[in-house]
Design a binder for this molecule. Structure first.
Ligand code: GLY
Length: 595
């Protein structure tokens, strides 16, 4: 108990006093004060551990996410007896404020849950959904040509019906222990009392200033007086605080009907130059879907994650399933190890591009794609010593006879990941997104950005007359790469992990699992390990890291290589006999905190 009170006291120093309920304006506004607030001792210790490449150790609970203020809010919930679901609600509410470019109430998320009481793993699908009036040609010109990506993204056309508020509610309804309304206290205090703009947010606002300036509400918030927010600026969002107060008082229902819902519809339908088709009925009928996890055996563990409409667990699972028969113990310095990982990934991405989409709309051969016999057969293709000259989709067992064409869906890196283990031993892995950085760039009057998730659909409907599984359809959910994952050994969780990063998420997560299970690296070292990612043939190597040393070897195998920034945001927790270890990605601003 002393430890819990001590942690709460340490955390308390970092948060502003709860603001008065003064919000009668619906427009977001910026405060005048500048200057970053000092980190609490617990946060500083976590930041120091990350900088030193050390995991954070704990015995009872652990949380890792993308921003210290958000992690603190979740830690408070856990320290006062809350469950992982409670902590997630508190974290998400703060992330939507302090990391608005990546996730928030206007977006969607997938959640994987390990239940300590039953030993079961389940998943919740809070993916954004296409409006009922959306048609397969949503992202095409009058001539039937695909729109340019940002012509589709910016405005109302790309906005899917948000799922995050409903997911927060659904998780709390199932697994919550704490009072729902109290979980919003920290986020409301920060929204109304102000928080310091982080370096990453400031840099991204500056980079995106032109697009953020196209809509008045977005411009006023992110570029007050025409100047991009700067690091350390004190930012308030009274409108967001008011939205949270409505959610706290009335639940997610307050988001899907009434003034908040009506404003979302109006914002989408009146977006200048690129309006969308969302209607009140689309929000009114939104549903979180509970789905079976997709689990694949790897190194005598079960790797469990989110099935369709995410391609995450199927593609990570295919990569690992194909590698299970190969020895990777030579480690991450060995180019031939990366040949195996890279070509397993290319084979998995070929299947992903052809077969994976929203299984409520198109038959997806979920069982066939991760069938051990099928994967063992595909894995024989890896037995040669060079990069595969060509990669094509395989023929997994199908429940239906169908012919799909390969798709060309574009996905860009944004998004955020939350990993939590609570005192009861429940584990939560949730990846949350508004898709592109700052989503559609439309800001609702309620102080949150609206997603552009519909651009995760294929812009084309057919290829050579053959339909594409991930084409737009009314009420359908766009295919995702988000890979929230829980790895189990003998039915108990040993690793909770996930990342942002567009379709590179799959490679980041697969690498971290291999680093932990095959190479015995602790979670912080596994998360920090330089990236090498291969989706479609070119090997992306993380510039400025030791991954660049793989270049010559990989070129000898026949790969084209590309040195570039690989901006993951991995957050991971391992569970072992000595307790919990947390790791936060040094490429982002997050931390792990535990007790
Ligand atoms: N928009 C990122 C993803 O869903 O994969």
């Amino acid at each position: 108990m002393f430890q819990r009170l001590a942690l709460l006291a340490l955390l308390a120093g970092a948060l502003p006093a709860t603001a008065q309920q003064t919000a009668d304006s619906v427009a977001p506004e910026t405060g005048a004060a500048t200057g970053a607030m000092a980190a609490s001792p617990a946060v500083q210790a976590a930041l120091d551990a990350k900088a030193a490449g050390q995991p954070v150790a704990a015995q009872t609970w652990m949380i890792a996410a993308a921003n210290p203020l958000a992690v603190e809010a979740g830690a408070k919930a856990l320290a006062t007896g809350g469950s992982a679901a409670d902590a997630m609600v508190a974290v998400q509410a703060v992330l939507g404020l302090v990391e608005p470019q990546s996730s928030g109430l206007g977006g969607g998320a997938f959640l994987v849950w390990y239940d300590a009481a039953t030993g079961e793993v389940t998943t919740l699908d809070g993916r954004e959904t296409a409006p009922l009036a959306a048609t397969p040609t949503l992202f095409q010109t009058a001539d039937g040509e695909p729109l340019k990506f940002f012509d589709a993204v910016v405005g109302g056309r790309s906005v899917g019906v948000p799922g995050t508020p409903a997911l927060m509610q659904a998780a709390h309804d199932r697994w919550g222990q704490s009072d729902w309304a109290g979980l919003f206290t920290d986020a409301i205090a920060l929204a109304e009392g102000g928080f310091a703009v982080s370096p990453r947010l400031a840099a991204l606002v500056a980079r995106d200033a032109e697009r953020l300036s196209r809509f008045a509400a977005t411009r006023t918030y992110f570029l007050p007086g025409g100047t991009p927010l700067a690091e350390g600026d004190r930012l308030t969002n009274v409108a967001y605080g008011q939205t949270l107060r409505s959610l706290a008082a009335h639940g997610a229902e307050a988001f899907y009907s009434g003034p908040i819902a009506q404003d979302i519809v109006t914002t989408v339908r009146t977006a200048a130059g690129n309006p969308g088709v969302m209607a009140p009925i689309d929000l009114a009928i939104y549903q979180v879907k509970e789905r079976d996890p997709v689990c694949v055996a790897y190194r005598a563990h079960d790797v469990c994650g989110m099935g369709p409409p995410s391609s995450g667990a199927l593609t990570v699972g295919q990569i690992l399933g194909m590698l299970d028969g190969y020895d990777l113990s030579a480690g991450p310095e060995e180019a031939d190890v990366w040949r195996l990982i890279g070509d397993a990934s290319r084979l998995a991405f070929a299947d992903r591009g052809r077969y994976m989409a929203d299984s409520d709309f198109v038959p997806v051969p979920v069982n066939g794609l991760v069938d051990p016999v099928y994967l063992a057969d595909r894995a024989t293709l890896l037995a040669g010593g060079d990069a595969l000259p060509e990669v094509a989709p395989g023929s997994p067992a199908f429940d239906h006879a169908l012919n799909w064409a390969d798709d060309d869906s574009l996905e860009f890196p944004s998004t955020s990941h939350i990993s939590i283990v609570d005192a009861a031993g429940n584990a939560l892995s949730m990846t949350t997104t508004i898709e592109n950085g700052f989503g559609s760039r439309l800001m609702a009057a309620g102080g949150f950005l609206l997603n552009n998730e519909l651009t995760d659909f294929s812009f084309r409907t057919h290829r050579n007359g053959v339909p594409i599984a991930n084409r737009v359809e009314p009420g359908k959910r766009p295919r995702s790469s988000m890979s929230p994952t829980i790895v189990l050994k003998d039915g108990e969780p040993v690793l909770v992990v996930g990342s942002p990063g567009g379709s590179r998420i799959i490679g980041y997560v697969a690498k971290t699992i291999i680093a932990h299970l095959d190479w015995g690296l602790d979670v912080q070292t596994a998360v920090s390990l330089p990236h090498a990612v291969n989706r479609f043939g070119t090997y992306d190597l993380e510039e400025g890291t030791s991954a660049a040393e793989l270049e010559a070897g990989l070129q000898t195998f026949g790969y084209e290589t590309n040195l570039r920034g690989l901006n993951s945001g991995l957050h991971a927790i391992s569970v072992g006999p000595d307790g919990l270890l947390g790791g936060a990605d040094p490429r982002r601003e997050g931390i792990a905190l535990g007790d």
